[in-house]
Structure formats: structure tokens, C-alpha cells
Design a binder for this molecule. Structure first.
Ligand code: BGC
Length: 402
């Protein structure tokens, strides 16, 4: 094992030595589509049931990576934020000694959604070994020396009538139903993203003042925290992820490999002084480069709401050759992607001399994205946001047969 690790390290070190200095050489003309860089982002190739990472897809070629954020860490951040709030505020509305909550799951087959459900349930003691809706146990929490039972009253995936996941309208409908059915048993509300949390707040019978927590730090969610309607959210740093998705591609299209592909301009400055300001972690086993999460409450929402771009990334000089990338977005209407991620991609791509062709899907049919993932010879690299997390091979087949 040690020997293998050493050999791998030596290989990575050696290849990065070979390519060091060749950063601005264009090699696209001679690269076959199958050898071109491929970055999956936001929706990690994985089994929708077990969450197991699709390593066949990740090993498509040596220039295949996933860029996302620390999903498990984020779930824990969200869970802790909720527990911190509960232990500082008395929320037992009907005084029955039970802290009841409802949970908007999002997409039961998506690793980000699973990680949040797990993080929340573990923090609240309701975790019963699975992220499935409804399979929970009672937890316990001590607030001001008094012990409360914690009960997940209900949870739902939140699939829209059109089949799309993370659906805010479904969350509004669920909340209408929950508020009527469960009344003041609901002491707090948890959502695995801001889009659904804002959807729940839209319910005409939303119990005023009941704490509600989301995830993503979308602009409207930050405003709602400042206004006092949303209680908290978590930022997964969309800017950092968008920057890294593009920068990993840029590095690979420039011929960098090994360590350099995932560090140059990211965790260490490139030759022009560009470096992403945020921190990252790299998981070699899954070829995943991950941004970090942070809790957002009334204490810091206003600072984030300025939406400032990363000053660490400046325009690359014009002698750095322009590269073309086709990038798919699983759902044009996804709250997080359309208000945060895609605008960030569009801001940073020109700074990195990348011309992006963005293909926006409908969030339910893979073919809607896949059919328009075409003319692959015209591009130097590919970025994919899967509709179904187990469909990576469909894109790879298309790349290999083009
Ligand atoms: C975000 C969700 C979004 C999903 C799309 C998640 O990381 O938190 O808001 O709907 O990505 O894949």
C-alpha cells in the first residue's frame, strides 16, 4: 500500500514537473474528445439509493474531476446551527415538552440532500440510520436545564408536478398541509435548501414567527434573514465552486496534470498572481475538489448580502489562449443554480479566457440536456451537471463515440 502510494506520488510529481511551464500552450487541436477534460459539478456522479460514488465515471480519463463542496461537513454545519438556535431560544409553542419539526428533503437521490438530512437528524438525535423520508426516531435536547423530546413530525422529498426535484411549489403545498394538520406541534421548520424554505414561507397559513432554516445563502434568503422571516441558512460558497469548476478545466486544457490541475490558481497562485480566496479540500479517492460551508444567521447575513465577487481572480492576459467549454445545467429553474452558480460562472469564465456554451435542462429529463450536449469536437473541455446522478455514463458514451 505504502509503495503504491509512493509510486502514485512520484508519478504525480513527475508529470507535474513535465507540464510545469507549459501552462499556456494550446494542445486542444491534437486531443481526441475521449481525452479531453471532463468536470462534473454540483451533482456528484453517484448511486441515487446508496449514495456510492460512480468511480467508473470518475475514472473516465485522468482529466476527469468532480467540483462541489463538503456535503457531509455542510450537513453537520446546518445541524449544529439549528441546535445552537434551539438551545438559545425557547421554541416549545404548545408547551408539551416536545420540540416538533417538519423537514423538506429536496431530492432523495442527491448526495447533497442526503448529507443534509443526515446532518440535521444526527444533530437533533432523530437519525435512524437512513435518509429516507419518515424513518426516524425521537431525539432529546436539553435547553436551559430542561430536557425536551425532539420529534420529526413529517418529511417530504418535494417533487414538483412536472417531476422536477427540490421544488419550491411542492414545498409551499406541503407547508399548507402541515400547518393545517399539525398546527402548533410545529416548533421549527427545516429545509435542505433555500428555494424550498422560501416556498414554505409563501404558504398563506405559515405559522408566523416559527423559526425556519434553509441552505445555500441565496440572495432572497439573505434578505429574508435580514428582514427576520428566515432564521438561518448555510453558504456552500457558489462563487468558489464556479471559480474552481472553470479553473480545473482551464488547468487541464492547458495540459497541467496531477497536483497542478487541482491547485494552480486555486490553492496556490498561478504565474499571474490569481488564486481563489476561499479554502478547498481535495478527496483523492473520489477525485473531488470541495469548497467549505459556513453558517449564516442574523449575525452575518448582511455582510454576505453584498454579493461581492472574489478579488483573488483577475483577468488573464490575452496571450493565454481562449478555450471553449460546453457546460450543462440540470435545471434552468433551479433556485440555487440560476441565481448563484450560473451568474458566477458567467462572471469568472471571461476572466479565465474561457468561452462557455451553457446548455440549460428541464430538471427531469436527462435527454433534454444530453441531446443538446453535442458538436463535442468544437470544445476543449466539458462540464456536466447531471439530471440523474447515475447517468454520467450516458455523457461519457457520447463523448467517446463522437
Ligand atoms: C443546492 C440546491 C440545489 C441543488 C441542485 C444543491 O447543492 O443546495 O439548492 O437545488 O444543489 O443540484
Amino acid at each position: 500500500m505504502k509503495k503504491a502510494l509512493f509510486a502514485l506520488f512520484a508519478m504525480v510529481f513527475f508529470t507535474s514537473m513535465i507540464f510545469a511551464g507549459g501552462a499556456s500552450e494550446s494542445s486542444a487541436a491534437v486531443v481526441t474528445n475521449a481525452d479531453k477534460p471532463l468536470v462534473f459539478y454540483n451533482r456528484q456522479p453517484s448511486d441515487p439509493v446508496t449514495g456510492e460514488i460512480d468511480m467508473d465515471a470518475m475514472n473516465h480519463n485522468s482529466a476527469t474531476y468532480y467540483v462541489g463542496f463538503d456535503a457531509a461537513g455542510g450537513g453537520a454545519v446546518q445541524g449544529q446551527m439549528i441546535v445552537d438556535y434551539l438551545t438559545q431560544n425557547a421554541v416549545d409553542r404548545n408547551g408539551d415538552g416536545v420540540l416538533g419539526y417538519v423537514l423538506a428533503i429536496g431530492d432523495v437521490g442527491h448526495n447533497d440532500s442526503k448529507a443534509r438530512t443526515e446532518g440535521i437528524r444526527k444533530a437533533l438525535g432523530t437519525w435512524n440510520g437512513t435518509t429516507d423520508p419518515g424513518i426516524v426516531k425521537d431525539g432529546e435536547l436539553t435547553v436551559n436545564g430542561k430536557s425536551y423530546k425532539v420529534v420529526e413530525l413529517d418529511s417530504r422529498a418535494m417533487t414538483g408536478t412536472d417531476g422536477s426535484t427540490w421544488n419550491a411549489n411542492a414545498a409551499t403545498d406541503a407547508m399548507l398541509n402541515w400547518a393545517t394538520r399539525l398546527g402548533n406541534q410545529i416548533d421549527f421548520v427545516v429545509s435542505n435548501n433555500d428555494g424550498m424554505a422560501m416556498g414554505m414561507l409563501q404558504a398563506s397559513n405559515y405559522p408566523a414567527g416559527v423559526p425556519i432554516f434553509g441552505y445555500d445563502a441565496n440572495a432572497d434568503a439573505l434578505e429574508a434573514i435580514v428582514a427576520g422571516t428566515l432564521t438561518g441558512t448555510v453558504t456552500q460558497n457558489a462563487d468558489a465552486q464556479a471559480e474552481a469548476t472553470l479553473r480545473v478545466l482551464r488547468n487541464l486544457m492547458d495540459g497541467l496534470s496531477g497536483d497542478d490541475a487541482i491547485t494552480v490558481g486555486i490553492t496556490k497562485a498561478d504565474q499571474y498572481g490569481n488564486k481563489i480566496s476561499a479554502d478547498f479540500m481535495y478527496v483523492p479517492e473520489t477525485k473531488a475538489l470541495l469548497a467549505m460551508n459556513a453558517p449564516v444567521t442574523s449575525a452575518n447575513a448582511a455582510d454576505l448580502a453584498t454579493g461581492a465577487r472574489d478579488a483573488g481572480i483577475k483577468q488573464l492576459p490575452s496571450e493565454v489562449p481562449s478555450k471553449r467549454v460546453i457546460l450543462t445545467v440540470y435545471n434552468a429553474s433551479d433556485n440555487f443554480l440560476s441565481t448563484q452558480y450560473v451568474p458566477a460562472l458567467q462572471y469568472y469564465a471571461p476572466l479565465m479566457n474561457i468561452v462557455l456554451n451553457v446548455v440549460q435542462g428541464d430538471g427531469q429529463n436527462e435527454s433534454n440536456s444530453l441531446d443538446r450536449f453535442e458538436n463535442l469536437g468544437n470544445y476543449d473541455g466539458y462540464a456536466i451537471n447531471l439530471v440523474r446522478t447515475n447517468s454520467a455514463q450516458d455523457y461519457i458514451n457520447k463523448i467517446e463515440n463522437s
